[in-house]
Design a protein around this ligand. Sequence first.
Ligand SMILES: [Zn+2]
Length: 226
Amino acid sequence: MPARFRWKPPQAPIPGKVGLLALDFEHGTLVLTEAGTKRQASLHVVAGRAGLAQHDPGGLEVLEADPAAFEQTLRRENHTLKRALTDPHLFSGIGNAYSDEILHAARLSPFKQTRSLTDEQVRRLFEATRGTLIEWTDRLRDEAGDQFPEKVTAFREGMAVHGRYGRPCPDCGAPVQRVVYADNEANYCAVCQTGGRLLADRALSRLLRDDWPRTLDELERRRRGS
Ligand SMILES: [Zn+2]
């Protein structure tokens, strides 16, 4: 997540310390940087679609899926909604930030188990997932225009709950709550999503140990190994 692509003038040097790679093209240079001390970025060179497919975790593309496929994927394993939505083996392209926004839009608790959802709740989650992804794709495209997107951040103005701990929920005004785990933070509105309940500490630590993605990276490694 601290890695960024930047589009620079032709022959731009690789920046010291954070610079990992530069690809030179006629009209510019694509530079890959990674901030922080943890080195997590990796580069793979593949040949053909078959080579590329080996890197696809296989998650469902929700914008190309119908409600039945969505439901089938969601209920395949029993997980918390937060974990299911952010698992790239189940759903493609939904990270920490957008899962917070999707669950708020769907009025569902991040702690709810996927197999306990009613049909109506699954339908609501499907609509909220599509709506949130489409809305933010449009917003970010508008923002970047014809330019290379430079402002890459997980916290964006206009989000309802993500990155807004303690600030008022835009729909009900209650302060946004948070769950902190490893390097990540999940946000939700207790009034809109959990019937006003804050999860007790003990229940929360059990949940965090058993069924909560500590980081997406760790989740992927674990799934790959199993
Ligand atoms: Zn609210």
